[in-house]
Structure formats: structure tokens, C-alpha cells
Design a protein around this ligand. Structure first.
Ligand code: PEP
Length: 253
């Protein structure tokens, strides 16, 4: 059975104290919910990760993750962080291929494939992001682009490996813009991704992979988005920075 997941992508926000306060508030609010059906993940900046993992350690449904990683084990890569380093700080997830990394840091399909490999090697679950810019959506070639993004960076994986990944569909035109994909647009793409997974692997494998939606997801639209049959949760940017909003989204199933 695939999991329901709500992951917060903090991006480059919150100093150390602010970040730890946010995690403590989220835990307090989330723990009020008795019947938890959702896994929540804090994808924090690296500086928070160790303490965040300590705070979430004893909470079965709460996890931490990085927002990026390097594919090499170690070496002269100033400013980079390896998967082994993330793991040693208690992370169990890592976001790979966020559109901001593709856009501002020119990350390629090939590099992302190597990051996915390294994450899996170190027992980190990759949250692999895909998504189309506005001009691609307007040209009506979005389904093809997403197929290409997942094919080039994920389809070299074995069935066992792909089963350990999470995919996040994040239309670039909806990230941080206040514009959300309609439930129909989200469902169409999620079903498309699942169909591609079933074609490459098999139906059972595809059925068990969680596919998250990201892009201006907030408490007011989460319920409707999460009610779609192929939407298994969300990757949340702005709303993950406010404890009440993030936990309201997590409780929206
Ligand atoms: C994101 O950056 O992953 C994201 C979904 O951002 P926002 O929720 O702010 O649109």
C-alpha cells in the first residue's frame, strides 16, 4: 500500500533557532491528531538537520530530509553535501531535481540520475521532482516532458529500487506563484506518471509508489487535491514555514 506523505520543503528559509522552533511547533500540533494516516517530512536546510532528526526520532510518523545532495561519496566539492553526510545527520529522505535546482544550478537529467543512485545506496528515499514550465504547458507538450524527466533520471533503476522512491509532480508555473494546478490537471499528470511506471515496471510496482503534488498547496486547497485517486500527498513550500498551515495540510486527507 502506498503511503500518504506531506513533505515540507523549507528552501533557504529560517535561521537555526527559528527552524528548531518551527519543528517543535509542528510536532506539538501533529501529535494532537490521534489516528495518523500521514507521514510528514521536514526537508530543512542542512544546518537544522541533525537537531531536527533528534527531535523527530521518537515520532513514528515524522521524518527529516535534505533538499539536495551530491552524488560523490566525498572529495573536493566545496559547498556540497554527500548522501552519507545526510544519513549521518539522521535524514531518511532527500529531495532531488527540484525545479529551482534544475533552473538556477543547471542540474541535468544525468546528474539527477547519479544523485538518485547515491541516495538509494545510502538508504535515503529520494523525493524525485518533475514538472513543466508554463511555456511547455501552453504548448500542450507537458505530458511528454514529464515522461522524459522520469525516463532519463529514474528508469535505469531496478524494480526494487524504484519501489523505494517517491515522485513529486510540481508544475513550475505553480511553485511560489499562488497559482495551483486544478484537481483535474494534477490528477491527469499523476495518472500519466503512474501509467508510465506501470509500463516500465509493472502495475503492482506503479500502484505502490507515492506521487505527491507540489505548487502553492495550502490548507484551503489540500483536501480537494488529496482527494484525487492518484494524488498521495504534497510537497509543500511556502505553507511549510507556518506550523498551523503545514499541519492543517498534513491533516487534509
Ligand atoms: C516547492 O518549492 O516545492 C513548492 C511546492 O513551493 P510552494 O508550495 O511555495 O509553491
Amino acid at each position: 500500500m502506498r503511503k500518504k506523505i506531506v513533505a515540507g520543503n523549507w528552501k533557504m528559509h529560517k535561521n537555526y533557532k527559528e527552524g528548531i522552533d518551527l519543528i517543535e511547533s509542528c510536532i506539538r500540533l501533529f501529535e494532537k491528531e490521534k489516528n495518523k494516516t500521514t507521514e510528514i517530512i521536514f526537508c530543512t536546510p542542512f544546518i537544522h538537520l541533525h537537531k531536527a532528526s533528534k527531535l523527530t526520532d521518537e515520532h513514528k510518523h515524522i521524518h527529516t530530509g535534505g533538499q539536495n545532495c551530491h552524488w560523490e561519496e566525498q572529495g573536493a566539492f566545496t559547498g556540497e553535501t554527500s548522501c552519507a553526510m545526510l544519513k549521518s545527520c539522521g535524514a531518511s529522505f532527500v529531495i532531488i531535481g527540484h525545479s529551482e535546482r534544475r533552473m538556477y544550478f543547471n542540474e541535468t537529467h544525468e546528474q539527477l540520475a547519479k544523485k538518485v543512485d547515491s541516495a538509494l545506496k545510502h538508504n535515503l528515499i529520494p523525493i524525485f521532482c518533475c514538472g513543466e514550465p508554463l511555456e511547455i504547458r501552453e504548448a500542450n507538450t507537458h505530458l511528454e516532458l514529464i515522461s522524459k524527466q522520469i525516463r532519463e533520471s529514474l528508469f535505469h533503476l531496478s524494480k526494487e529500487q524504484i519501489s523505494k522512491t517517491v515522485i513529486a509532480y510540481e508544475p513550475v508555473w505553480a511553485i511560489g506563484t499562488g497559482k495551483t494546478a486544478t484537481t483535474e490537471q494534477a490528477q491527469e499528470m499523476h495518472a500519466h506518471i503512474r501509467k508510465a511506471l506501470a509500463h516500465q515496471y509493472d502495475l503492482e510496482t506503479a500502484t505502490n509508489i507515492s506521487i505527491l503534488y507540489g505548487g502553492s498547496c495550502k490548507p484551503s486547497n489540500a483536501k480537494e487535491l488529496f482527494s484525487q485517486p492518484d494524488v498521495d500527498g504534497g510537497l509543500i513550500g511556502g505553507a511549510a514555514l507556518v506550523a498551523e498551515d503545514f499541519i492543517a495540510i498534513a491533516n487534509s486527507f
